[in-house]
Design a protein around this ligand. Sequence first.
Ligand code: SDX
Length: 439
Amino acid sequence: MATNFVTVTDHKSGKSVELEVMEPTQGSPIIDLRALHRELGLYAYDPGFTVTASCWSEITYLDGENGLLQYRGYPIEQLVEHSSFIETCFLLLCGHLPTAAELELFSAEVTRESLLQEEMKRFFEGFRSNAHPMAIMVGVVGALSAFYHDFQDIRDPKNRKLSAKLLIAKMPTIAAWSYRYANGLPFEYPRSDYSYVENFLHMMFSLPTVDYKPEPLFVRALEVVMIAHADHEQNASTSTVRLAGSSEANPFASIAAGIASLWGPAHGGANEAVIRMLMEMRDTGKPMQHYVDRAKDKKDRFRLMGFGHRIYKNYDPRAKILRDLCYQVVEKCEMGGENRKLLELALELETLALKDDYFKQRKLYPNVDFYSGIILLTIGIPLNMFTVIFAMARTVGWISQWNEMMGDANSKIGRPRQLYVGAKHRDYQPVWQREPADE
Ligand code: SDX
């Protein structure tokens, strides 16, 4: 029963409508705008969906003002401390923490599905050897739909759960093989005696000539990075997956759409862009203030990568977690010398920016991408694999949100409207009557 309403009055027509205010279990109340057009014939304008809820969801809750993040109600700080990535996958997909038996079964099912059809190797071989691994990943994930026809009925929850497990299982193999192919290395197969993250590192770095054992510190660090990246409410790539999936496109194509959206430097590509920015700062030796001033200069397109967020107007809780982890990993690794310099630059930049009125007034803080790259570099992950890692971790969030949407009998195809500001009606003119158009 709605207890609160807002009234909207169209002063031109004199008509009014009462819009229900919907109360969430956590977060800000939300106005149900659907009566706006039904009663007043009006649409709402909100480019970039900055104040628009596109759906209901039970999966992830963010509090941007207070810097909170919860998966199914569990604070991210507790999950990175106590959980594993595969357990977090179960939580996001199924809605509750698994029993020991449930976790063992889920983990075994995912491991069993981590192989790719042998024919898929030809997809990798079709790319130029210097292809960006994200280009390979987006192509190969979309191609998965060519191999799984037997459960096209995605309204069946069993089929949705199966496609979720397939995608969660195969992403590390696709990610690692994208790296292997781009570096002229033979493909490594997953092992049944390795955990999810151990298997990924094994497939990335094992060689026929080298008996690689995943370093426990790196496994733990990557678990934390992946848990922190697993889901994040209705961000650009998740909204892309929901919109693609709303047409009932198959889950593999919908996830491929999400990967494409994540690739942009304003979104998942920022982790790679942060390192390139820090490396430029290191190599030019220019004072940090030079970059802070450039970021504030409206005539300069330069932005501090890894800074700012659409939702967090406080410190991104994931950035806090990854900053602490960054210290630990860099301190413990002798190769951290190179990366220790990047960490020192990052800390100096953060300190400078957070004291600057421009950043304080706009509530611009480090986000998840600001420290994650230094951790990945220290683990030995190359720069062009950073967003691939992000996509590998975010796949469970995407497919959990897709599953939630497809499980809603009332879900319908997404179809935003527009504010049309183009030409009014005009008639076609024969070419001999036309004047050159004004540029
Ligand atoms: C992710 O949505 C999610 O949840 C995403 C994500 C997830 O887990 O899925 O959290 C992952 O994408 C993190 C963000 C990674 N991107 C970057 O780090 C790129 C750098 N950051 C920005 O481009 C920007 O902060 C965004 C894109 C992240 C957010 O942009 P908004 O919310 O659209 O903010 P805005 O562009 O309207 O900026 C508001 C003001 C503007 O100045 P004014 O016009 O008010 O004068 O802040 C300025 C902006 O110019 N600003 C920055 C800045 N970010 C915003 N100025 C300098 N450097 C920056 N990084």
